[in-house]
Design a protein around this ligand. Structure first.
Ligand code: IVH
Length: 676
């Protein structure tokens, strides 16, 4: 490929990937699979690694964070970033309306936009000539923290606008305001990951979003899935809409995530209020936390004219939903054992209704938090439930204490198997160290068959427990030797179901090695780390033989994960597991890469230009690779040879300038020599 072709390909990949990101994160309508996305992303990443000059700020690869300097720099906002006044009832809203009516000429028509009040944190995004230049927090409204590298990792924030190039270009400078938050499902997934890794879960999505956006290391931000909804233009050099309603559509057209599914335009306050009141029941259906709805005067001119009181614009008001906290009695605590052995405390509550649902159990997060908040059995506690987030105990009502409350201690022995509980140095979690603990085994098998792991369809939590209880399996590996006649004995297993299940199990034997490694349930080893391990080791046996020192050398692996891997493979049970996998015919190796035929070209780098007489381009590339050589796209001092065919491109001149030796096809074949 000529340099020009490479640049064109990079641009094409950037455009395609950004389109898919938009489809996935904004429209929720992906048209390609994750694997296809990954392949395109990988191609761009490789291209950019070889040609750093092709990297542009709007490349999707630039969403992966890099190190930030120790202190967050400050930025002055172009205009004050205002807050909102609150209303807690229809009467409050009407009082607000009367106030603004009095400030305006009597016959001024007023219409309104109602939007969700996102419970996240404000970001101020500056685009110059369509390219994201800066992202800042609200700070004190005048000055905010510059969090640009973090903001770049948020995939619903476009790096270039308009995302759809057929849309009219954005103004030369556009400053957009939005709210960064965790979608409920993402927050729950993050907490599941924390618990699996033996770390304490986060209590509150808003605070976690805030902490995540203000990280000094943007790689951490990148590893946590934030989302941003945009709702206002702070400032623009160029034409932008005159009304809020049009602004929302305009932002959407530019490619921002906008809550158009919730937002409504009303010609009267009564209609707006009716919508606001009818919305109370729907708040839980939202994919994010909202603490109310915002009613805004639609006309920007009137909004400006109405001015500001303190930090609150008069032209808008937040109607806050009633709090979803109730009090009840904490009657007991359960200690649950997770797959990695981590113990998590759960609250047993006197049943209580919270926003229409009866709550009997709630999360207590972890033992440190219990101690920190001094939560005791018998306490009157505040319980919060919001949306699908598991209800949790906010804290005790100290004033309601009678003196009979009992402190909560982590159990000394595992509630499932009785093994003394341990606490790892520097970790919050208490855990059961017994790898054969029945509860741990059950959770491990559940995890092993789950979608993110070996993906054995037809086997869920219940099915796994049933197989364990019937004694048909004792560990993950036993799944692969299940027999139809045994399964048919089980309740609920008819011919067809058994046949399908066995077929799915058979198919799982050939899953890629990183899937298997990720499915083993080693602490801290998820899919990303598993892929890294396969890259370095290629087989389960090689990984099993790896030492702590060796593992720590791998960029991306810390001493804790390295330790967990060595520890896992040192366990008798786990070694036996691997042997059972082997006997059952489960893939324990990376899919065979094309085997090198020789290493005649080892350490050499080739550049191809022009058309060769007999070999096609890909044949020539494959041939060089088979003999241990590498093909790159452009000529540099590091190039060993340039292979020249008919009608060569500019690479030939470049080679001549740099004095790189040239080869024709015969020369290349001669270099490979007798091995061929
Ligand atoms: S408009 C002049 N709209 O709520 C514009 N704010 O409690 C004033 N917020 O600081 C803000 N959703 O961070 C607006 N749809 C929405 C919002 C929203 C959430 C936040 C915003 C503000 C805070 C005030």
């Amino acid at each position: 490929m000529s340099d020009q072709d490479l640049a064109a390909r990079a641009a094409e990949l950037r455009r395609t990937l950004n389109e898919h990101i938009y489809r996935y994160f904004i429209l929720n309508e992906p048209i390609i699979t994750d694997a296809e996305y990954d392949a395109l992303y990988h191609e761009l990443k490789t291209l950019e690694a070889e040609h750093p000059e092709l990297i542009t700020p709007d490349s999707p690869t630039q969403r992966v964070g890099s190190d930030l300097q120790a202190d967050l720099p400050k930025v002055r906002h172009p205009r004050p970033v205002l807050s909102l006044g609150n209303a807690f009832s229809a009467a409050d809203v009407r009082a607000w309306y009367d106030r603004i009516r009095r400030l305006l000429p009597a016959d001024t028509p007023l219409d309104f936009v109602v939007e969700p009040k996102f419970d996240g944190l404000t970001v101020v995004l500056t685009y110059r000539n369509g390219v994201l230049e800066q992202g800042a927090t609200r700070g004190n409204g005048e000055v905010g923290d510059d969090v640009t590298p973090n903001v770049r990792t948020v995939r619903s924030i476009p790096l270039r606008i308009p995302v759809d190039p057929s849309q009219p270009p954005a103004p030369a400078r556009l400053v957009v305001r939005g709210e960064v938050l965790f979608l409920k499902k993402d927050f729950e997934a993050l907490n599941r990951r924390m618990i699996e890794e033996g770390l304490p879960p986060y209590a509150n999505p808003r605070n976690t979003a805030s902490g995540t956006l203000k990280q000094k290391d943007a790689r951490i931000t990148a590893s946590r899935p934030l989302t941003a909804y945009c709702y206002a233009i702070v400032e623009a050099d160029g034409d932008v809409p005159d009304t809020q309603w049009e602004t929302l559509h305009y932002l959407h057209a530019l490619g921002f995530k906008v809550a158009l599914d919730v937002a409504r335009h009303f010609d009267s306050l009564d209609d707006a209020l009716a919508y606001v009141e009818s919305f109370q029941d729907r708040r839980h259906d939202l994919p994010y936390e909202a603490d109310g709805l915002v009613i805004k005067v639609n006309s920007h001119a009137l909004f400006e004219e109405l001015g500001v009181v303190g930090k609150d614009p008069r032209g808008a008001i937040a109607y806050k939903f009633p709090a979803e906290e109730v009090t009840t009695r904490l009657v007991g605590v359960t200690h649950n054992v997770g797959r990695t052995g981590v113990l998590t405390p759960g609250a047993v509550l006197e049943p209580v209704a919270v926003s229409g649902v009866t709550v009997r159990q709630a999360s207590l997060h972890n033992y440190d938090l219990i101690r920190l908040k001094d939560i005791r059995i018998g306490d009157t506690v505040i319980v919060k439930r919001s949306g699908e987030v598991i209800p949790y105990v906010v804290g005790p009502v100290i004033a309601a204490r009678t003196g009979n409350e009992q402190p909560i201690e982590p159990p000394e022995t595992c509630p499932a198997c009785g093994t003394p509980v341990q606490r790892a140095e520097g970790e919050v979690a208490y855990y059961c160290p017994n790898p054969s603990c029945p509860e741990r085994v059950a959770r491990n098998v559940e995890y092993f068959v789950s979608r993110g792991a070996m993906d054995i369809a037809g086997l869920g939590e219940r099915g796994v427990r049933q197989l364990l209880a019937a004694g048909l399996i004792h560990d993950e590996a036993d799944l692969f030797t299940l027999r139809a006649e045994d399964l048919l004995q089980l309740e609920g297993y008819a011919e067809k179901k058994v046949e399908n299940l066995l077929k799915n199990i058979e198919a799982a034997k050939d899953r890629p090695l990183d899937r298997l490694i990720g499915a083993l349930g080693i602490r801290g080893v998820g899919t990303t780390i598993a892929a890294l391990l396969v890259e370095h080791y290629g087989s389960i046996d090689a990984l099993a033989a790896a030492t702590q020192e060796e593992l720590e050398q791998i960029p991306g692996l810390g001493p804790q994960i390295a330790g967990a891997i060595v520890e896992w493979f040192s366990q008798e049970r786990n070694r036996a597991l691997i042997e059972k996998f082997r006997r059952a015919g489960v893939r324990l190796q990376r899919e065979a890469p094309a085997q090198p035929v020789s290493n005649a070209l080892a350490g050499m780098t080739f550049v191809l230009t022009g058309t060769l007489p007999t070999l096609t381009r890909s044949e020539a590339e494959a041939l060089i690779a088979q003999h241990g050589g590498r093909v790159t796209g452009s000529v540099s001092q590091k190039t060993s040879y340039v292979v020249v065919g008919a009608e060569p491109g500019s690479k030939l001149q470049k080679a001549q300038q740099l004095g790189i030796p040239l080869l024709d096809e015969d020369g290349l074949l001669a270099l490979i020599g007798a091995q061929r």
